[in-house]
Design a protein around this ligand. Sequence first.
Ligand code: AQP
Length: 331
Amino acid sequence: MDDKKRVLSGIQPTGIFTIGNYFGAIKNWVSMQDEYLCNYMIADMHSITVKQDPVVLKNNVLSSLALSLACGIDIKKSNIFIQSHISEHAELCWVLSSFSQFGELSRMTQFKDKSENNKENINAALFTYPILQTADILLYNANLVPVGADQKQHIELSRNIAIRFNGIYGDIFTIPEAFMNIGQAKIMSLSDPIKKMSKSDKNQNGFIGILEEKDSIIKKIKKSVTDSEGIVYFGEGKDGINNLIDIYSSIMDKTREDIQQEFEGKGYGNFKLKVGEVLADYLEPIRIKYNSLINDRSYLEECYKTGALYARKIATETLKKIYDKVGFIGR
Ligand code: AQP
């Protein structure tokens, strides 16, 4: 029996990943592969909470898979699969819905943000998707869930649902924990740095996609909204500069203090150019790898089919146990 801790995490195929997704999630996914038993999923079921064009979504699922592999997910070490291929996610979600309270779901800040941005389509799934997320995690008995800081509240909810269920039926679910690296930043929008950077932001200048060309990256960083003080340091009221410092720090593994010292007396123009350049150089190998993977459809298919086989084995076993506990007669 392998005594490694188990990991589950997912990413929505709602577009090309941003550097927020990368520094907030995927970089961790990659670094956890040796130490943990990792299950990673392309969360297509989550993505339809916001209107999707079906053709675009199918392409996005494949490009998300290719991009995860290009970023360093290694199928010899980790399992990667497409969420909708495992029907147990939806089935467990339904069971857990009966153990989730309306009040606790209403307190989720992501629901408030997402409904604010999608006023024309505030659907029920937008409200209940943290339950599906809980099912994703609990199906795989995950101990750790590597997420960005923006998802901490949802993991807390998952823990509460699991604890509540266990309180009734005994020690069934593993209680998951959010996993974040010390100092892991929430990357903010470049055009509105009090909002998190999102791949589905309608303002193209707000985010940087992992596959963007050097010129575009530098241009967006140069244009990014900052204050007018002109001194590079991390401080209150300097959201734009704070964000650039965090991006630079994630790439260079430098502390905020080191960065402040490095750019002392140099002004924002110089700092922005440097951030743009190091970021573009950092992302280039990922872009090259992605371009070769995305054209190899049969390899991608092999990856997600193998991933589903393995995932289904675990998910079926968990769901069988849960159905029995809640009183459903075995199939
Ligand atoms: N700006 C961010 N900073 C740090 N971490 C982030 N994550 C997302 N944005 C940031 C982390 O990326 C993982 C995958 O996120 P997701 O695609 O499942 O959903 P999301 O959080 O809703 O990401 P987006 O980019 O904002 O997608 P859309 O625009 O479709 O809503 C998560 O671990 C998240 O914490």
